[in-house]
Design a protein around this ligand. Structure first.
Ligand SMILES: Nc1ncnc2c1ncn2[C@@H]1O[C@H](COP(=O)(O)OP(=O)(O)O)[C@@H](O)[C@H]1O
Ligand SMILES: [Mg+2]
Length: 356
């Protein structure tokens, strides 16, 4: 059916995205490899989570996708169009209307001297979504009601400091909605909010997905919230996406040793963590990264080949893949490896905290 075909088509697609930053000044500035050949696709009305520890490159991906900066290599496609080739400001404005971003800190992203109404008027005017004062006011009120901020007229007249953290993040969501986007990149949108209001904000985002057909790239270091909100989850480590799978599958049968580490690090009410994994901590080297898999130094299953070459992508099942030598050509077969791990490996026991 047509609908199914449409749903399966990618709206936003990254192909081989790479990003280097120059760090340290002086005579010998160094190159930090923040992203290496990152590829993924976001479908219509789909939520894809990007999970990984701090510094793994999650925000860099989002900033490249909204064109806050340019990649060192790779391409970005929006509805099949190569958007990095589209230079004119007008094309770029249309793209920005379609792909919006929400940041972690709603207070930092709102201007303290502007009212909530001012914050929403600006994108409405910039993207031609309202003309004249009355229409502008109506649109602002509609947006506030959409994100469940009522009474809208009163909220519009307030300043950011007069709202709670959760209300401010709802304003940030309303502002992202103003140009009528089809994709929202949400960079840790709930991590600064009180635990008690996090689910409310995720539920709002879910409702907007249903009502407006919005797709999300949901960036988080909290793998449990990815399970709650995202259809698919991708795991990042040191600038690489190392595993991608439907969220449920990933949580129940993590394939990559790093995914298993992430799941085992989710707080467990008994206070226990898998000690052999916890012991192997340490930051990966992003400046002059050594050859091979960046996780090799921390990996409980490290083999000789892991320090020699970066593993390629192994398709485990139709919808899931992993980049790990345990599942590569040397291994018997990806699927066998996955089942073996599920039965006996460190990922076999799902920490209690993940289920909540
Ligand atoms: N503008 C920048 N200049 C130099 N290094 C940067 C810059 N932005 C990010 N980085 C580095 O790139 C890596 C990835 O950063 P980031 O994408 O912010 O990670 P995450 O969002 O996963 O915490 C980190 O090592 C970070 O220090
Ligand atoms: Mg970040």
């Amino acid at each position: 059916m047509t609908t199914i075909n449409l749903e399966s088509q990618a709206i936003l697609e990254a192909k081989g995205l790479g990003k280097y930053f120059q760090v340290g000044g002086g005579f010998r500035p160094k190159r930090l490899r923040a992203l290496h050949e990152v590829s993924f696709a976001l479908g219509q009305r789909q939520v894809v989570a990007l999970v990984g520890e701090s510094g793994s490159g999650k925000s860099t991906i989002a900033r490249l996708l909204v064109r806050l900066m340019e990649p060192s290599s790779g391409k970005i496609f929006f509805r099949g169009r190569d958007i990095l080739q589209e230079e004119p400001r007008t094309a770029s404005l249309a793209y920005r209307a379609q792909v919006q971003m929400i940041f972690q800190d709603p207070f930092g992203s709102l201007n303290p001297v502007h009212t909530i109404g001012n914050h929403l008027e600006r994108p409405l005017l910039l993207h031609g979504k309202a003309k004249g004062d009355a229409e502008l006011r109506d649109r602002v009120h509609e947006l506030l009601e959409t994100v469940e901020l009522k009474p809208a007229a009163e909220i519009a007249s307030r300043y950011p400091h007069q709202l709670s953290g959760g209300q401010r993040q709802r304003v940030a969501i309303a502002r992202a909605l103003a140009p009528g986007p089809s994709v929202i990149l949400a960079d840790e949108p709930i991590s600064m909010l009180d635990v008690s209001i996090r689910v409310g904000v995720l539920n709002l985002m879910e409702r907007l997905k249903e009502e407006r057909g919005i797709s999300y790239l949901y960036i988080t270091h909290d793998i449990a919230s990815a399970r709650y909100f995202a259809d698919r989850t991708m795991v990042m480590y040191a600038g690489h996406i190392v595993e991608g799978a439907p969220s449920e599958e990933l949580m129940h049968r993590p394939a990559h040793p790093y995914t298993q580490l992430l799941l085992s690090a989710v707080p467990d009410p008994n206070g226990s963590m898998k000690s052999e994994l916890r012991a192997k901590s340490g930051a990966p080297k992003l400046i002059d990264p050594p050859p091979g898999c960046p996780f090799a130094d921390r990996c409980p299953s490290v083999m000789k080949v892991c320090r020699q070459e970066m593993p390629g992508t192994t398709q485990l099942e139709q919808n899931r893949w992993v980049r790990c030598h345990l599942f590569g050509q040397g291994a018997e077969s990806g699927t066998v490896g996955l089942q073996g791990m599920s039965a006996a490996g460190p990922g076999s026991v799902l920490p209690v905290g993940v289920a909540s």
